[in-house]
Design a protein around this ligand. Structure first.
Ligand code: ASP
Length: 376
């Protein structure tokens, strides 16, 4: 694939965002103070850092290394990001993304993805795509070849076929067994049971060990910046495990699971998608950075807003805190980076030019997660 033509000729970021309310400005300050107590990953305001730089969710260690390599070879950040996550999309061991991803409640793998190019603000996305292991590449082609942003379901599949993407069955044997186990566990009054051989199956045991008995989440988000300060990003997922067929989360939605603006930076998310959609998560982070917040404070500020927007009882624990997790990731044009989660203990992947890819601690709103919180 050809690198997109990009230009760094963009107006400078305004010094402050007149759209930021006093309350939100205060919220960011408050959260920043809380994070200082909780302990943050690394100073993310050291005047920027060496680029190219790529940041991703914890499952993106190899992906960030590849994205940086590709940017060093001259690819635009958006394309480097898509090529980085392709490693995870093709990996059957990762049951949250692409080939081998866990299916919906019907046992069908439906994938969501998007990408966005900072210099041009162009974006592409697919939702509920079946049969193609690289939805981020399909999203990239929508961005590159059409005047549209989002294709869904059958139309997205026809678009992929027309470009020569190979259709295949994405449901691996392991994912099928985990789905059968889930179906057997769901209810004592329906027709399905989890048989002992299934419960003892090594693949099912692996799932229970890695993700908890019924864990709903997983995705990869990757945001990248090159030495010229050009930004790009992508998010790709099989969505919530065993979701309602046709359900679409935050991952393919520009402004929710990903937002990139070359004037400022890039941001993305993983975790409970509906909650991210409700506050336009990635867009909120970029706007907070535009108003002067560091990436860490912007991620925490958006999480604070998300927590304040979580008001329905079925999403709250006994202490009124969210009974799920969301993680936000951000990079700036100057090469600053950070990530934050609602609950402490989360990691993210980071790679800078000339350095090994490594896992970093996310900042967090709350201390160590309660035992009931599914690992993601
Ligand atoms: N955000 C994804 C979704 O809601 C899932 C995840 O990242 O865990 O589909």
């Amino acid at each position: 694939m050809r690198a997109m033509t990009t230009s760094s000729n963009h107006p400078p970021a305004p010094p402050s965002d007149p759209g930021l309310t006093r309350r939100e400005a205060i919220a960011v300050g408050t959260v920043a103070a809380a994070a200082a107590v909780a302990g943050a990953a690394e100073p993310d305001r050291a005047g920027g850092g060496r680029a190219p730089l790529a940041v991703a969710s914890e499952n993106g260690l190899a992906a960030v290394a590849r994205a940086v390599q590709r940017m060093e070879a001259g690819l635009a950040p958006v394309e480097a990001a898509v090529e980085g996550v392709a490693l995870v999309e093709a990996d059957p061991e990762d049951v949250t993304v692409g080939y081998g991803g866990l299916p919906n409640s019907d046992g069908v793998v439906q994938l969501d993805a998007c990408c966005m190019d900072g210099p041009t603000m162009r974006a592409g996305a697919v939702a509920a795509l079946e049969g193609f292991r690289h939805p981020a590449r399909v999203a990239y082609e929508i961005m590159r070849r059409t005047t549209r942003v989002l294709l869904v379901g059958e139309g997205a599949a026809r678009f992929a076929t027309s470009l020569g993407f190979e259709a295949e069955n994405l449901l691996t044997e392991r994912a099928r067994k985990i789905w059968l186990y889930w179906r057997g566990q769901m209810s004592a009054i329906d027709d399905w049971m989890a048989t002992p051989d299934l419960i003892e199956d090594p693949d099912v045991q692996w799932f229970i060990h890695e993700h908890g008995a019924i864990a709903p989440q997983g995705t990869i988000n990757l945001c990248a910046v090159n030495a010229a300060g050009e930004l790009g990003g992508t998010t790709t997922t099989s969505g919530l495990f065993f979701k309602i067929p046709g359900r679409v989360g935050d991952s393919p939605l520009i402004g929710a699971g990903l937002f990139v603006d070359n004037e400022v930076g890039a941001a993305g998310s993983t975790g409970r998608g509906e909650s991210v959609i409700q506050i336009a998560g990635a867009h909120t982070i970029v706007e907070l950075m535009r108003a002067g917040a560091s990436p860490r404070d912007a991620c925490l500020g958006a999480l604070d807003r998300l927590v304040r927007a979580t008001r329905v009882p079925y999403l709250l624990d006994a202490d009124g805190r969210p009974n799920f997790d969301v993680k936000f990731y951000a990079v700036t044009k100057a090469g600053e980076a950070a990530a934050a989660a609602i609950w402490a203990g989360a990691k993210y992947a980071l790679c800078r030019a000339g350095e090994e890819a490594r896992l970093m601690d996310c900042a967090s709103l709350y201390p160590a997660p309660p035992p009931w919180l599914p690992r993601t």
